[in-house]
Design a protein around this ligand. Structure first.
Ligand SMILES: Nc1nc2c(c(=O)[nH]1)N[C@H]1C(S)=C(S)[C@@H](COP(=O)(O)OP(=O)(O)OC[C@H]3O[C@@H](n4cnc5c(=O)[nH]c(N)nc54)[C@H](O)[C@@H]3O)O[C@H]1N2
Ligand SMILES: Nc1nc2c(c(=O)[nH]1)N[C@H]1C(S)=C(S)[C@@H](COP(=O)(O)OP(=O)(O)OC[C@H]3O[C@@H](n4cnc5c(=O)[nH]c(N)nc54)[C@H](O)[C@@H]3O)O[C@H]1N2
Ligand code: SF4
Ligand SMILES: [Mo]
Length: 684
């Protein structure tokens, strides 16, 4: 009999809580963890199969270097010295644009992204290519324009909704919300609720729906434009909501006025009565919508996202309970990058701007092969497998073959790793402290800092630890004084006092914060990720702090801390010892709040509600200067006006030599992106 430990599944963004039985450093039996407040014991067939992800023949154990076409194991010191010397030489000769970080993929191990982007920025580069930029950035861009910031996107609030509209989303197989099959079945079978699906296929979700519009593939823009036209023609728009919370309605309203709905629906191959019935429901019910890859990775994706947002606004469903809401987060998954700002980087030859701080994998091969003087020459990949995951494998193979340096940090010998000059063995989600930043829920905010449940075999390190060694090798981390290292071995408060003194004396160290934490706190815990969590919680913004207070973790009132003589004496002692007044900042109530959260997270390996958003006041999350939803996006005006039955019929006329439509995706229950490599699991 082994020992049962708590962790989570890392095979899809839900990260359902798991209990795993550990024997001889292997995962044996697996069951859903009922104490995980978000997944409540739910697991699917993949979750039960995590041993296939963790234990298989492709796992890496040692740093590898390619010599004459063969991989040979080398010591860490050699790997770090050689790779950092090569990166430094490439950046010195060709400038920072030559360095690309491709990471933040995977489904449950996202701490590496904090280290990967810090190293990239330390080198002066902004080129972060990520899976997000092949699926979600069109949508994030629309949210940037309408809601004021690309990282203020909306998610469905299914807890308070009567109806879910699933658009190009097959949640019965792909989940994309906690316990999705249970939630979808409840909506479909409860007489008070409704499930409507827009999907060309009779998907597993469409099969159980109350209403299914099986549109012709690729015609979503036309369909949604027709739906908005129907609603406006019948004067079903929510005037009061539009007047109070939106700007630009009078500008967009005429765009739909003379639209030929009947001709459009004929091209979409859906019946008018069915569409009309759906519109009537949208005008009268409390509904939220869940779009997914069926439209996010399809024709006119950005325009379709815009139309979906307009449809929801016309029905008064944005930023209201039971509609689509801006969720609370522990940390935003990207930055707002406005391409109208000349400081926002673009790719050197394809001229594509960053969105949400990320660049699209679809253009990377073209960038590398462009011959441009500042083209990418060094690519560091972690937590993603571009050779298998991103479009045009042949182009990737050719482009990666031309790089001066390709380094892959991986748990397994993937197709991308096999092409690399160096392959660095990463600890898996079960060997490291790690978490996902995709745990979207509302109004609660969930966070799960998973402790390792297995000892890493061989020389495996967390990616955070590897990036820290590279940063040190590249001279991007200041010298750590003995007093800071020593304090890291004591309690968290002593460490924080020393850290504050150190930061005051070395203001530039702020830019290398994750590495400083990894080399101090992270040494004691053998985890860079766990150390970085402390930095994350210390830097929590005000909105996150308010959410935490609502979830039962308020900052203590200041006088309460000042009545703690021990802490005051401790802080004053530190001021004298370090010759700085900075340690006094540790007496701020926010630090005590962060410390409570940190301890709670470490003591709760099942995960916890770390915050609770204010259900009644979602509009305050808007980042537009007037705190209104901006309905008019000038850049999309021509595209929206130009789309009609004739233009789409022409664009969709099949090629007589190849009269087929590619329905990509199909994230079926037998697939977990490229995370399952064991042929034994894929059998059959
Ligand atoms: N089991 C499993 N779950 C997963 C994953 C996995 O690999 N396996 N991967 C995870 C990841 S990273 C993601 S992004 C999600 C993806 O989750 P989903 O987006 O739900 O996945 P897909 O299977 O691509 O589903 C898209 C649906 O869009 C439909 N579709 C195709 N063309 C059109 C169209 O023109 N219009 C409309 N309206 N619909 C269309 C398809 O028929 C399909 O049912 O799944 C996550 N969950
Ligand atoms: N043909 C086709 N292509 C697709 C899709 C599709 O449906 N069909 N879906 C697309 C979508 S939606 C997405 S999101 C992308 C996803 O594509 P990717 O971004 O490549 O993500 P994953 O396949 O989830 O995982 C990538 C790698 O992370 C590694 N990994 C796992 N855990 C760790 C860890 O702790 N550390 C490190 N360093 N590595 C780890 C895994 O071994 C795996 O090789 O694929 C896209 N590509
Ligand atoms: S694959 Fe997704 S839904 Fe299934 S158990 Fe894992 S995290 Fe949960
Ligand atoms: Mo995805």
């Amino acid at each position: 009999m082994g020992e049962w430990k708590k962790t989570s599944c890392v095979l899809c963004p839900q990260n359902c809580g798991l209990e795993v039985e550990i024997e001889d450093n292997r995962i044996g039996r697996v069951r859903g963890d009922k104490s995980n407040p978000r997944s409540q014991g739910y697991l699917c067939v993949k979750g039960a199969s995590v041993p296939f992800h963790q234990h298989h023949a492709d796992r890496l154990t040692h740093p590898l270097k390619k010599v004459d076409g063969e991989f040979i194991p080398i010591p860490w010191e050699q790997a770090i010295a050689e790779i950092s010397a090569k990166i430094a030489a490439i950046v010195k000769e060709h400038g920072p644009r030559a360095y690309v970080y491709m990471g933040g993929g995977g489904q449950g191990c996202h701490f590496e992204a904090g280290f990967g982007t810090t190293l990239m920025k330390g080198l002066g580069s902004r080129y972060h290519y990520s899976a997000l930029a092949q699926e979600l950035t069109g949508y994030f861009w629309v949210c940037g324009r309408m809601l004021g910031s690309q990282n203020r996107y909306v998610i469905p609030d299914e807890h308070h909704a009567e109806m879910i509209l699933a658009i190009g989303w097959n949640g019965m197989e792909s989940h994309q919300m906690p316990r999705a099959p249970l939630v979808l079945r409840e909506f479909a079978s409860n007489p008070e609720k409704r499930l409507a699906v827009i999907d060309p296929r009779k998907s597993e979700t469409a099969k159980i729906a109350n209403l299914h519009l099986a549109l012709r593939p690729g015609t979503d823009a036309l369909l949604v434009k027709a739906m908005i036209a129907i609603l406006l023609k019948e004067k079903r728009e929510k005037r009061d909501y539009l007047g109070r919370h939106c700007t630009g309605f009078e500008t967009i309203e005429p765009w739909f006025a003379d639209f030929d709905v009947a001709a459009a629906l004929a091209v979409c191959e859906v019946g008018y009565d069915d569409v009309h019935a759906l519109c009537r429901e949208l005008a009268t019910r409390r509904w939220c919508f869940h779009p997914d890859l069926g439209t996010l990775m399809n024709r006119h994706s950005t325009l379709v996202s815009y139309l979906h947002m307009l449809l929801a606004a016309v029905c008064g469903r944005l930023c209201v309970a039971g509609g689509n809401v801006i969720p609370g987060t522990v940390m935003p998954i990207g930055s707002h990058s406005d391409e109208r700002d000349p400081k926002t980087w673009r790719t050197v030859s394809t001229n594509f701007p960053a969105i949400m701080g990320t660049f699209p994998p679809n253009v990377l091969p073209e960038e590398i092969l462009s011959g441009h003087a500042e083209r990418p020459r060094a690519v560091v990949v972690s937590g993603s497998n571009p050779l298998r995951s991103y479009a045009d494998t042949k182009a990737y193979e050719e482009a990666f073959g031309k790089l001066d340096l390709l380094v892959t940090m991986e748990i397994a010998m993937t197709e991308t790793a096999a092409l690399s000059h160096y392959v660095l063995p990463a600890r898996s989600g079960y060997e490291s402290w790690d978490s996902t930043f995709f745990a979207w829920t509302y109004p609660e905010v969930f966070f799960h800092m998973r402790p390792p449940v297995l000892a890493p075999e061989g020389d495996r390190l967390e990616c955070g630890q590897i990036y820290t060694r590279l940063a040190r090798g590249l001279g991007l981390v200041p010298e750590i004084p003995a007093y800071l290292k020593e304090a890291a071995g004591k309690d968290l408060f002593s460490f924080t006092l020393a850290l504050l003194a150190f930061m005051r004396k070395n203001p530039k160290a702020m830019k290398a914060m994750p590495f400083v934490l990894a080399e101090t706190l992270g040494q004691a815990a053998d985890s860079a990720n766990r150390a970085a969590l402390w930095g994350l919680l210390l830097a929590m913004p005000g909105a996150t702090r308010k959410n935490a207070a609502r979830a039962g973790f308020p900052a203590p009132p200041a006088w309460n801390i000042f009545t703690e003589p021990g802490r005051i004496a401790h802080a004053l002692g530190a001021c004298i010892r370090y010759g700085s007044a900075a340690p006094l900042m540790a007496l701020h109530p926010n630090v005590a709040q962060s410390e409570r959260l940190y301890r709670h997270l470490l003591e709760h390996p099942e995960g916890m509600w770390i915050g609770r958003a204010d259900l009644e006041a979602n509009m305050i999350e808007l980042r537009t200067p007037d705190k209104k939803i901006h309905l008019h996006i000038p850049e999309l005006e021509a595209a929206l006006k130009g789309i009609d039955a004739a233009s789409e019929r022409a664009a969709l006329t099949p090629d007589s030599e190849f009269p087929l439509v590619l329905n990509a995706g199909r994230h079926s229950r037998r697939v977990a992106n490229t995370l399952m490599r064991d042929p034994a699991w894929l059998k059959g």
